[in-house]
Write a new protein. Structure first.
Ligand code: PLP
Length: 397
């Protein structure tokens, strides 16, 4: 009998683990071992879920909401999501166009699996969220990264998109506000990009996960509201993780035209059945108890904005470092090419020598940058940026 097991699948061998989760895991392990680590790697609010949302989930548990839910989500939540798209953006969708999934990540995966086949190409503007290329590969399709660096303020232009399209292009992935840059596209910019996608008959995955985390008067645009043609080909992904500090609840949403919703529901029925039932009841409270939710969000945004401004100012004080001011999400993306060290080595040494965890730009398809999340305490940010400045000063010598 052959004692060597057969090789694992192509998918298992080709997929890369999420670098942000790996670095955050390392930082947490060092912390647990008693090291004084300043973690800038985690992409999650450092606040707890608001009490009224927790209370609704607890009440759901206590009243037996512990069984399977309908595959696309409980009707009360799907209706609340449809209503909020109408009030937030004037987008008229019926609850039957909504799918609730176990996380925004999973919603993106469903959208990609529903639209892409082997041989298809998917255009992903870089810097990109780490999971898009891996999901595209898992669908058997080919990711085509288009780098939009600080020369275009990290924004894809219509000309860049046009140049990347081939007869095989099936899907364009957009993410505004962006992880990792915090950049927010204007409505006009998105309209121009969407017009190119429509002209080439592409689907659009619009990942609007950070739509409510905005600063300096920036406005989020829901791509499906740009035109009837845009609406007919856009899958709008959002979720509860970032806005409501519910990362551990694993709840994402997806709004799309009926045939795509049907495909996503069928895929979900085979892959996860449904998002956790009592968690969905918590999400209903997040959307229905508007005043309490708005107050929690406002409190969180005041802290994020203060930290954003402080960190941005301090980063730009470091000789050799430059950083654009983001208008959304909770990330800054400074340039570190002046220090003469590849970004991955920079981050490894920074963690080793100064116990500061940051994610290298390469993980997002943009070497020469760092992603710093300011969804962490003022104290850690102050201490961490001091250490970063000391580290950079040593490199400069
Ligand atoms: C751009 C983007 N999309 C989707 C997600 C997924 O969020 P969730 O925790 O709901 O799966 C994240 C989380 O980091 C993100 O940054």
């Amino acid at each position: 009998m052959n004692s060597n097991p057969a090789p694992l699948s192509t998918w298992a061998r080709n997929v890369s683990p999420s670098p942000t989760l790996v670095i955050d895991g390392k930082a947490k392990a060092l912390l647990a071992a008693g090291e004084d680590v300043c973690g800038f790697a985690a992409g999650e609010p450092d606040f707890d879920t608001p009490e009224h949302i927790k209370a609704a989930a607890i009440s759901a548990l206590n009243t037996g909401k512990t069984k399977y839910a309908p595959t696309p989500g409980i009707e009360a939540l799907r209706v609340a999501i449809a209503e909020r798209y109408l009030s937030d953006y004037g987008l008229k969708v019926s609850s039957s166009q909504v799918v609730v999934s176990p996380g925004g990540k999973y919603s993106c995966y469903l959208a990609i699996m529903a639209t892409c086949s082997p041989g298809d190409e998917v255009i992903i503007p870089a810097p990109y969220w780490v999971s898009y290329p891996e999901m595209v590969k898992l669908a058997g399709a080919t990711p085509k990264m288009v780098l939009a660096d600080d020369s275009t303020h990290f924004k894809l232009t219509p000309a860049m998109l046009e140049a990347a399209i081939t007869p095989r292009t099936r899907l364009l992935v957009m993410n505004s506000p962006s992880n990792p840059t915090g950049v927010v596209y204007t409505r006009d910019e998105l309209a121009a990009i969407t017009a190119v996608a429509v002209a080439h008959n592409l689907y659009i995955l619009s990942d609007e996960m950070y739509e409510h985390l905005l600063y300096d008067g920036a406005q989020a645009t829901c791509i499906a509201t740009l035109s009837k043609e845009a609406e007919a080909r856009t899958i709008v992904v959002a979720g509860f993780s970032k806005t409501y500090a519910m990362t551990g609840w694993r709840l994402g949403t997806l709004v799309a035209p009926a045939p795509i919703v049907k495909a996503c529901t069928e895929l979900q029925s085979q892959m996860s059945s449904n998002a956790t039932t009592f968690a969905q009841w918590g999400a209903v409270a997040a959307l229905k108890e508007k005043e309490k939710t708005a107050a929690s969000l406002a409190m969180m945004m005041t802290a994020f904005d203060r930290r954003r401004k402080f960190l941005h100012t301090e980063l730009n004080k470091i000789p050799g470092m430059t950083c654009l001011l983001s208008q959304g999400a909770f990330y800054l993306f400074p340039k570190i090419t002046a220090f003469g060290l590849p970004d991955e080595e920079f981050c490894a040494k920074l963690l080793e020598e100064e116990k500061v965890a940051a994610v290298p730009g390469s993980a997002f398809g943009a070497p020469g940058y760092l992603r710093l999340s300011y969804a962490t305490s003022d104290e850690i940010i102050r201490k961490g940026v001091e250490r970063l400045a000391r580290f950079c000063a040593k490199l400069k010598k």
